[in-house]
Design a protein around this ligand. Structure first.
Ligand code: HSE
Length: 401
């Protein structure tokens, strides 16, 4: 029998307890022994809840209990999660977490501490919710050099963009509806500004190359400026607008960004809609491999956390190697990244656009008074320098085809 503690009895933490209870038999079989929740740490009490008798408010009870060999961290944020997790690992306990803020900020250090104590720091649920992508990156895609990762990494924004595409509505209206339905938080900033996806692509990129990528170094643009008119042009092109976390190695340089992009139906991520997430990883031998599923939600995320618990039980006192050195990887300046751009300007500057860009493809979105076009592939700097000369510039979206 393995005894574990769950830190934080919110959506994911209570989901972990529920999954462990509902699937107790099959989990025990797969782990090789039963898994019992001994403590639940929370500021609140939960009278009438099955965990009522297990609730503690003092972390030192868990940290100092030698019977606890695995700590599940589902508190979110870095304070006090970082101190609690570090303390557990230093005491030789394994930690399974769903906390992307913690992993993005301290992943390298926590992986290193776990290794030094023959314990494990596992974080499958921190990216893509229930989708297995961390373990495949660590354990399955080990024969390939990873050339690119492209992911729809945020359910809230994918839901909003899908609704905008289907209903022709504006961002603000769809956001309100998403908030009413519980798909977007009251303060939606982290999702709609791309910060959540940024931490997730930083984690995936750190693992893909075995070295720390600071999320602060990744250019991040959200979806708040995408409009119903943009979707009219997208429809005319047979394209979808999605927000991607992207990283790629070109000529030894690492490029990374979070930004909305237009893609067409030949892209495997085209049909990933609503709250679903998907991550396409390109290896130099394997080619494209795609991971698809629920990127958020109580049961899906808890399922991934419990899969880590099973892994930790199977590898008690054995560190499952995760390569994540703390030496920082340089992300190439955004100015140097090459992209194609879909651009909207006033019709009056059409001739100027044809003269200033080398090769443009006009797009008729049926929007009066405008000229829409796609540029050739060019550096971000060259695009910005060129477009700065257009007084009637309206917007631009990167094009992934
Ligand atoms: N807010 C996140 C999302 C939750 O919408 O994907 C999972 O990290």
């Amino acid at each position: 029998m393995i005894k574990i503690a769950v830190l934080g009895y919110g959506t994911v933490g209570s989901g972990v307890v529920e999954v462990l209870h509902t699937n107790a038999k099959v989990i025990a079989k797969r782990a090789g022994q039963e898994v019992e929740v001994k403590y639940v740490l929370d500021l609140r009490d939960f009278p009438g809840d099955p965990v009522q008798s297990k609730v503690v408010h003092d972390y030192s009870i868990i940290a100092n209990d030698p019977e606890i060999s695995i700590v599940v961290e589902t508190m979110g944020g870095t304070k006090p999660a970082y101190e609690f997790v570090k303390q557990a690992l230093l005491a030789g306990k394994s930690v399974c977490t769903s906390n992307k803020e913690l992993v993005a900020a301290y992943g390298a250090e926590l992986v290193h501490i776990a290794k030094s104590r023959n314990a494990n720091f596992l974080f499958e649920a921190s990216v893509g919710g229930g989708i297995p992508v961390i373990r495949p990156l660590n354990q399955s895609l080990t024969a390939d050099r990873i050339e690119q990762i492209n992911g729809i990494l945020n359910g809230t924004t994918n839901y909003i963009l899908t609704k905008m595409a289907n209903e022709g509505s504006d961002f603000a209206d769809v956001l309100k509806e998403a908030q009413r339905l519980g798909y977007a938080e009251k303060d939606p900033t982290a999702d709609v500004e791309g910060y959540d996806a940024c931490r997730k692509i930083a984690i995936l990129t750190s693992l893909a190359y075995g070295q720390q990528v600071d999320y602060e170094d990744i250019y991040t643009e959200g979806i708040t400026k995408i409009t119903a008119e943009d979707f009219k042009y997208a429809k005319a092109m047979g394209a979808a607008i999605k927000i991607f976390g992207t990283s790629k190695k070109i000529g030894g340089k690492l490029y990374a960004m979070v930004a909305p992009q237009m893609i067409q139906s030949d892209n495997p991520l085209f049909a990933v809609n609503d709250v679903f997430n998907a991550i396409c990883v390109t290896g130099n031998m394997l080619g494209d491999v795609m991971f698809y599923g629920k990127g958020a939600g109580k049961e899906a995320t808890a399922s991934a956390v419990v899969s880590d618990v099973v892994d930790a039980v199977k590898h008690m006192n054995v560190n499952v190697m995760t390569i994540w050195e703390d030496e920082k990887q340089t992300v190439a300046p955004m100015d140097e990244m090459e992209n194609r751009f879909f651009v909207r300007i006033g019709e009056s500057e059409k001739a100027k656009a044809e003269a200033e860009f080398e090769e443009i493809e006009a797009v008729d979105g049926g929007v009066a008074g405008e000229f829409g076009f796609i540029t050739e592939k060019m550096t971000e700097k060259k695009f910005h320098d060129t477009i700065a000369g257009f007084d009637s510039f309206i917007t631009r979206i990167r094009v992934g085809f």
